[in-house]
Ligand binder design. Sequence first.
Ligand SMILES: Cc1cc2nc3c(=O)[nH]c(=O)nc-3n(C[C@H](O)[C@H](O)[C@H](O)COP(=O)(O)OP(=O)(O)OC[C@H]3O[C@@H](n4cnc5c(N)ncnc54)[C@H](O)[C@@H]3O)c2cc1C
Length: 351
Amino acid sequence: MHDLAVVGAGLSGLAVAREAVSRGLDVVVLEARARLGGRVLGHRTPAGIYDLGPAWVWPALQPRIARLVAEAGLTLFEQTEAGAFVFQDASGRTQVLPHGYAQEPPSMRIVGGITALVEAVARSLPPTTVRLQHHVQDIRLGDSGVEIAVQAPDGPVALSASRVVLAIPPRQIPKLGFAPELPPPLTARIAATPGWMAGQAKALALYDRAAWRERHFSGSAFSQAGPLGELHEAGLPGASEGALVGFFAWSPQWRDAHRASLHSLVAQQLGALFGDAAGQPREIIVQDWASESFTATEADQAPLREHPDFRPCALPSPWGDRMVLAGSEFAPESGGYLEGALAAAEAAFRA
Ligand SMILES: Cc1cc2nc3c(=O)[nH]c(=O)nc-3n(C[C@H](O)[C@H](O)[C@H](O)COP(=O)(O)OP(=O)(O)OC[C@H]3O[C@@H](n4cnc5c(N)ncnc54)[C@H](O)[C@@H]3O)c2cc1C
């Protein structure tokens, strides 16, 4: 029997596991996907790693992120905002403005992407701790712990642990079987909690050179026409290749309906915003989180208009003694963000 089973190898689950391992506990992390990181995902080119999930941290406001970045010896750089900003109205007409999204404190990126942060946490775990492609299906309360039923590549596996931490997006929780069942009002509350950005999609456009800079564009834009709604420069420090990234303004359903032409529609929009050369990227990568079943559910397909009021959720007896909810959406502060994923891990470990 393990001391602790952690479900989910996103930043939150890995951080809980790291803390438990550092206290000498025997920990297993069960991850449904064939990779680490959950919503943290990088696209690699010879120049480096581009973020297809979260890209920004604000260490001036986020003490846990600041500490982790420092401990891991990672390098931060500021999100580029220098240059002109483009506004595109619903008819597709563009207007060039002197400046755009700049914030104080600025959004910061990490050399190596957010992937570097996840890898730094994972490195502190013994090599056999994380089991990829281990999809947790059922959790049953036993006399001295929990019995966990997992679908693994070679078939069903049963594991037992004294305690379990669920570090998965809230709406993934009601997909699991629990014996005894969780109280229905609690399940309803969990099911009503959206996964932050779970319905979002990003397009990354890569270029041999950042031609928009020669025309004094920052690479930032806001569009009411779409398909992309908010765009930013995504280049890597010191790289000669250029990159732009955009969040889709279109709903998951609309993206699906235009799936076959999405890349060319994105390229057309980039050309309209930043000039002809920007309309001819070397490659476009679309990462649609809404169609990732371990991130988003049917309910996450509805667009979020504002940042939800995420809160911790304590479980009643008899589950409360054996199971804790982590994951960014259950954080005591900064819920939804990477900082929240770490805050939730800290709180889960304390609990
Ligand atoms: C497009 C996008 C942009 C974002 N931008 C930012 C940003 O710039 N800054 C910021 O701070 N935050 C941002 N976020 C939010 C940030 O990604 C999350 O706060 C953070 O990654 C959540 O980590 P987590 O570990 O709580 O959950 P997740 O990363 O979702 O990890 C949960 C893990 O559980 C696994 N899992 C699910 N079900 C099961 C199961 N049954 N069995 C086993 N494993 C399971 C999943 O595969 C996943 O690996 C963004 C998110 C998205 C999608």
